[in-house]
Design a protein around this ligand. Structure first.
Ligand code: MN
Ligand code: MN
Length: 316
């Protein structure tokens, strides 16, 4: 065993004991010295329907206590080569969305100055815009793998330009992402106009609608995206838990029926191995609607699977 941080084993301290950190990793205040920093953005004031994602980071960390360090299914041993810790939550202003987004961007830029890969637990999806702003400032325009029931490309909501439903139009307008290397996977449900599903394709976004993915393994899709983006291009992965069917992930703010399955989520992420992922987030887990804890458990495992395909991960 090397000197890297390791999750506290369930054989050393009962899983229901100890500090509530992601996978029971050590907590530290800054990202200094880390390869990967897990952080929370406990915020739900950018959502349009059911709230509660302010409790997401706490509950995802709580459910992550079950996850063991070695990925038996893929061979990934993320803590062999990477130094990982939980750096806590960003101190948002729960009375102001715009101020919160400013705070998130500044805090995230500070984290990125340490040359770490941040894994962020949301929070509603509006947090991703300031995260992309800071990430693009550091890495240049990013390829984007966006898994979601929704494209989140509205122009405005109640006149507001920054909400959980407008993120990727703003990211496109601001040049934070490369439109032809933006992949939106799992889209479905109802819209306001026919253009809801087509306008972003005109910008170059690549859409993969859930009905076209029903009953199919997502390994091929993931591999073709990985090949198309290539190994050097910096990539941001944003994972909205509502991409999954509400049968798998009911604890979320804007559920849509007919979604992806948990096995499909694993297939997709595992096929992203080889990408230069520079940052990722898992958003929209809303614990008050997650009576079994299964949504947070699934979210925690999705983050773990993303950790397992980051650059530099060792495989046994
Ligand atoms: Mn979303
Ligand atoms: Mn969504």
């Amino acid at each position: 065993m090397n000197g890297n941080n390791q999750p506290t084993s369930g054989n050393d301290l009962a899983r229901f004991a100890g500090l509530n950190t992601f996978m029971r990793l050590p907590a530290q205040d800054s990202a200094a010295g880390l390869d990967v920093a897990v952080l929370g953005v406990p915020m739900d004031i950018g959502t349009s329907w059911r709230s509660g994602t302010r409790f997401g980071p706490q509950q995802v960390r709580n459910e992550s206590a079950m996850i063991r360090p070695y990925n038996v299914q893929t061979g990934a041993a993320p803590f062999d080569a990477l130094q990982v810790a939980d750096i806590g939550d960003i101190a948002i202003n729960t009375f102001s969305l715009s101020d919160s987004l400013r705070i998130i961007k500044e805090a995230y830029a500070g984290i990125l100055s340490h040359n770490v890969i941040p894994l962020t637990i949301g929070g509603d999806h509006s947090i991703t815009l300031p995260l992309l702003r800071a990430a693009a400032e550091k890495h240049g325009p990013l390829a984007l793998v966006h898994v979601d029931a929704h494209a989140d490309v509205n122009d405005e909501m109640f006149g507001e330009k920054e909400t959980h439903g407008t993120v990727f139009r703003r990211a496109y307008e601001e040049g934070l992402i490369i439109p032809s290397k933006t992949y939106q996977i799992g889209l479905r449900g109802t819209g306001y106009t026919a253009e809801d599903f087509t306008e972003a394709q005109g910008w170059g976004f690549q859409h993969f609608l859930a009905p076209d993915l029903w009953h199919k393994p997502l390994t091929d899709l993931g591999q073709s995206i990985t090949k198309e983006i290539g190994p050097d291009q910096p990539v941001y992965v944003t994972y909205d838990i509502d991409s999954l069917d509400p049968a798998y992930a009911p604890g979320t703010g804007t559920p849509e029926i007919g979604g992806l399955t948990t096995p499909q989520a694993l297939q997709l992420i595992r096929a992203l191995r080889g990408l230069n992922i520079v940052a990722a987030d898992l958003v929209e887990v809303s614990p008050p609607y997650d009576t079994s804890g299964n949504t947070a458990l699934t979210g925690a495992n999705i983050l773990y699977e993303i950790l397992c395909v980051l650059p530099g991960v060792a495989y046994r």
